[in-house]
Structures are given as structure tokens and as C-alpha cells.
Write a protein that binds this ligand. Structure first.
Ligand code: BES
Ligand code: ZN
Ligand code: ZN
Length: 504
């Protein structure tokens, strides 16, 4: 797919579809942000606005209307896309609107498309952000996971995307396109990793992907610990959860050295399939459990983006990867394991496995690295979905400034996170009679919080730490414009935004 900025006149371009944005219809029946609309309407002798009037088109965000251009311009079709109230326009609404347009293109089999980006619109979002949003919206909206489908009879491929702007805006718009391409490709890669069947994306597979990333860049090194190394490291948690599986666990470490600053550590839960273990899940709850390495997939995707963006920062990525399987060798409720930081864990429910493998990853960060910040991403609890629904990640942190930075990063990335408390009083509930901590609580309530409190037990002393429980947004159960059913790549954009903000 070629995406480029163009100073050509929109009416002369050799495209199948022209996209024009507009703000919402006001009380006086005029549209806000109508510079593009007015221009195209004039070319069409007033035909366009009349049609929008006939259809009572509101200009609401994510709403589109398509019109034939009647031969007045080269493109045979025009899509008018609403953006609502420009003052309230968020990057996710903009992206979703473009994603909706992308679906229109697929319906019309429009393989070449042009976006009319008038100055009025570029001034609302900024030229670079506008181009970035169009690029991300198109690529993510048209994302498909078709590795295992028979080839379609009439496959749709978007061949060329043009963004029409004044010559003075060409550079900024081109920059937005490049960045949008890198980011959307990273998100799509994370989606692919989640969508691929769980017997393919084993811990060894994730390790091979990490090796590929390291091979592709001088700035990245990789270290894979196999079962023997994991034993020597003293990672009793990861080993314990892996016991029931025929697949060897892997502990994956990636280092990105683009600068000399303090080390930022990002950690991903890499349960490549979560059956629940002996505390086995009912089959309905197990159906989507290939998603349980979405945190790890996000880490790999972020590293892939770092190799291209090359910010001057230092980042270590850690992924604790294993399956969680029942078998005669599997860990049993009542078993006790010792994590790498020396703390013992009573395993009372083998389905609360994520926190147990993350205990070792966090301990590793404390023992082997000098982290200035640790951020972990984990599809950790169903309870977080009960609390915040399927679109919003829970954000926990022991540091207000870090929490704030991540909230801001998520805002810029257009991903939804919401702060959750690390309620001290609930720590009592994690006390075990036979070990230092247990991996579940008696109470049915506050499960996302107690899981986060469990992780905090393994965070190195004095280190700023944030935990994103992405159980909800990591996977889309129903289709939406920007996120087709399946892995969403959630967290990739937020992490990248955060890391780039640390660029000196
Ligand atoms: N991987 C699951 C959490 C999950 C559930 C992610 C649904 C995405 C969608 C996790 O390992 C798990 O099973 N957690 C248990 C914890 C419980 C046993 C304390 C849960 O949430 O039920
Ligand atoms: Zn589980
Ligand atoms: Zn899990």
C-alpha cells in the first residue's frame, strides 16, 4: 500500500474514491468544518450538500454518506465522513471515522483513494496528527487475519492512498504518514501474534520472534533463557506454572540501547494458552485464551517499532512465556513455589497463573537490571473486565507521576485506561498460612486490585512501577471499525507514546 501526501488538485487525481470530512450540522443547518465540503459541493454544482440535506446527514463522528460524483471529478465516488464537534474530536474518534471509511472502500472495491485534507481540518488536529490518524485508521480498520482462509475470489487490496494538501503542508503530512505506518504496522504485528493459533505461538515461537527482531537491528540484543536457565535463575513461579505443559517455558529478554539514559523496563505476560491448569476453565471461558500472551505480544511489537523509530532511550523488555496446562505433572492447588526474589507463593488456584509468572519477571528486573521504571502489561483478571468493561484497561501504579505520564500517553495514543487503587488494606487477603503469599484471595470482590497488590510484592524496593490490566481491551469479541474481532494490539501505542516522551 502506497500512502503519500500530494499537492495535486483533488478533482484531477486518478482515484476511485474521494473522501471529504465535515464537522456536525449546526442549528442553522450549516456544517462546521465545511471547507472541504463547500469546495467539492461547488465542483458538483450544489449536488453534494443537497444530497446531505435530503438524507438529513448529521455529520456525527463515524457516520458516512457516499455519493456518485456524476463525472464532475475524476473519482467516480465521493464519501463524506462526519467528525462531529471538532472541539470534542479525539484521536480515537478520528481514527475510527477513517476506519469506517476504510470499510466503505472495501465495499466499493475502491483500491485507490484520496483524502481531501483542508487547512481548516489540519488546524484542528495538527497536520502531522491528522495524517497519522488517517494512516492508522485505514491500516487498522482494514486489518484482517486471513492466514488460514482460502484465497478470496475478489480480494480487496488498498493500492494507493493520497492525502491532498497545500504544498506548505507536504512535509508535516509526510512525516505523519511515516510515523503512522510504523505504529500501525507494530499494532498489526501484535494482533497477528495474538490471532495466530495457540499451538503455533508457543513460548519457543515468541522467543524466535524476539531473535528475529534483534537480528534486524544493531540497537537490539536478545537473551533467551530456556528451562535449564530458568531453573538456575531460581524462577520457581514460571517453572511451576510450566510443569503441566509439554512446551518448554522461555524467559525472553530484549535490550534496546538507543541512548545512555536510565533503563525503562517493560514486562509482558506471555501465557501462550491459559486452560486454567488443574483449576481448569469451563470451555466457554477457554475459547479465547490464546489471547493470554497479548502483553508479551505488545512488548515484541514495541521493540519492533523501536528499531525503526530509534529514540535515544534505553529499554529492556521481559516476557515470561509458558502454557498453562493440566496434566499429571501439572502444579496442584496447595503446592508452594519460590519466586526469584525469595518469596514463597502458595498456589491455591492454578488459573491465577499470570501473577505467578510475572512475580519472577518483576523479581528478575530487581536482581539483574537497574530499572528506573517498570511497566507491565498483562491480561491478568476477569475482574478488571467486570470493573471497567471490555474497552478500558485498569492502570495501577505506586507512583503518581508515572501514573499521570501513562494516562497522558494513553490519551495521545487514543487508548482507554483508567486509574485503579492499590488499596493497602486488601494486602491482608493475600497472606498465606503456609507461605509468604497466596495467589488468590477468599473474597470474590476486588479481584483486579488484589492481583495488582500481589504483583507489587515482587516489585523491586523503591522502583516506580505501573501495571496495566489489559484483560478487556486486548481482544475484541465483537467487530468495531478500528478493531475487527480478535487481538487488538492494545497497549502498543500507549507504551510507544510513553517511551518517546522519555526521549531526552
Ligand atoms: N487469563 C486470565 C484472565 C482473563 C480472563 C483474561 C478473561 C482475559 C479474559 C487469568 O489467568 C485468570 O484466569 N484469572 C482468574 C483469576 C482468578 C482465578 C483469581 C480470573 O480472572 O478469573
Ligand atoms: Zn488463568
Ligand atoms: Zn491467564
Amino acid at each position: 500500500m502506497i500512502i503519500k501526501a500530494s499537492a495535486q488538485k483533488y478533482s484531477d487525481a486518478d482515484i476511485r474514491l474521494l473522501v471529504v470530512f465535515t464537522g456536525e450540522r449546526q442549528a442553522n443547518d450549516r456544517f462546521i468544518l465545511s471547507e472541504g465540503l463547500t469546495a467539492v459541493d461547488r465542483t458538483l454544482d450544489g449536488h453534494l450538500i443537497k444530497l446531505l440535506d435530503d438524507e438529513r446527514f448529521s455529520g456525527e463522528a463515524k457516520k458516512t454518506v457516499s455519493v456518485s460524483s456524476n463525472g464532475k471529478i475524476k473519482a467516480p465516488r465521493i464519501v463524506v465522513a462526519g467528525l462531529g464537534d471538532p472541539k470534542k474530536l479525539t484521536i480515537q474518534d478520528f481514527r475510527d471515522t477513517v476506519a469506517t471509511v476504510g470499510r466503505n472502500m472495501r465495499n466499493f472495491h475502491a483500491e485507490t483513494v484520496g483524502f481531501y485534507l483542508p487547512n481548516e481540518l489540519l488546524n484542528v488536529l495538527g497536520p502531522e496528527k491528522t495524517a497519522l490518524g488517517v494512516t492508522e485508521g485505514l491500516k487498522l480498520g482494514l486489518y484482517e487475519y486471513i492466514n488460514y482462509k482460502r484465497p478470496e475470489k475478489y480480494p480487496f487490496t488498498l493500492r494507493e492512498v493520497l492525502m491532498f494538501v497545500y504544498p506548505t503542508r507536504l512535509n508535516a503530512v509526510s512525516a505523519g504518514i511515516s510515523r503512522g505506518t510504523i505504529l500501525a504496522d507494530a499494532v498489526s504485528y501484535a494482533r497477528d501474534l495474538v490471532n495466530e493459533p495457540p499451538s503455533v505461538t508457543t513460548p519457543a515461537y515468541l522467543a524466535r520472534e524476539a531473535e528475529k527482531i534483534a537480528r534486524s537491528s544493531d540497537l537490539v540484543t536478545v537473551e533467551i533463557s530456556d528451562k535449564k536457565d530458568i531453573e538456575s535463575l531460581g524462577m520457581g513461579g514460571l517453572l511451576g506454572i510450566a510443569r503441566g505443559s509439554d512446551e518448554e517455558p522461555k524467559f525472553i529478554r530484549l535490550d534496546y540501547r538507543g541512548g545512555s539514559g536510565p533503563n525503562i523496563v517493560i514486562v509482558g505476560k506471555g501465557i501462550t494458552f491459559d486452560t486454567g491448569g488443574l483449576s481448569i476453565k469451563p470451555s466457554g471461558s477457554m475459547e479465547t485464551m490464546k489471547l493470554d500472551m497479548a502483553g508479551g505480544a505488545a512488548i515484541l511489537a514495541v521493540f519492533r517499532a523501536l528499531t525503526v523509530l530509534k529514540p535515544k532511550i534505553t529499554v529492556t523488555g521481559l516476557i515470561a512465556a509458558t502454557e498453562n496446562m493440566p496434566s499429571a505433572k501439572a502444579i496442584k492447588p496447595g503446592d508452594i513455589v519460590k519466586a526469584m526474589n525469595g518469596k514463597t507463593i502458595e498456589i491455591l488456584n492454578t488459573d491465577a497463573e499470570g501473577r505467578v509468572v510475572l512475580a519472577d519477571a518483576l523479581s528478575y528486573a530487581g536482581k539483574k537490571l537497574k530499572p528506573e521504571v517498570i511497566i507491565d502489561l498483562a491480561t491478568l483478571t476477569g475482574a478488571c473486565m467486570v470493573a471497567l468493561g471490555q474497552d478500558v484497561a485498569g492502570l495501577f501504579s505506586n507512583d503518581e507521576a508515572l501514573r499521570n505520564d501513562i494516562e497522558m500517553a494513553a490519551g495521545r495514543a487514543g487508548e482507554l485506561v483508567w486509574p485503579m487503587p492499590l488499596t493497602k488494606a486488601y494486602r491482608e487477603e493475600l497472606k498465606s498460612t503456609v507461605a509468604d503469599v497466596k495467589n488468590i484471595t477468599k473474597s470474590r470482590y476486588g479481584g483486579a486490585i488484589t492481583a495488582a497488590l500481589f504483583l507489587e510484592e515482587f516489585v523491586p524496593e523503591g522502583v516506580r512501577w505501573a501495571h496495566l490490566d489489559i484483560a478487556g481491551p486486548a481482544y475484541a469479541e465483537k467487530d468495531a471499525p478500528g478493531t475487527p474481532v480478535g487481538g487488538t494490539g492494545f497497549g502498543v501505542l500507549t507504551l510507544i507514546e510513553y517511551l518517546l516522551s522519555r526521549h531526552p
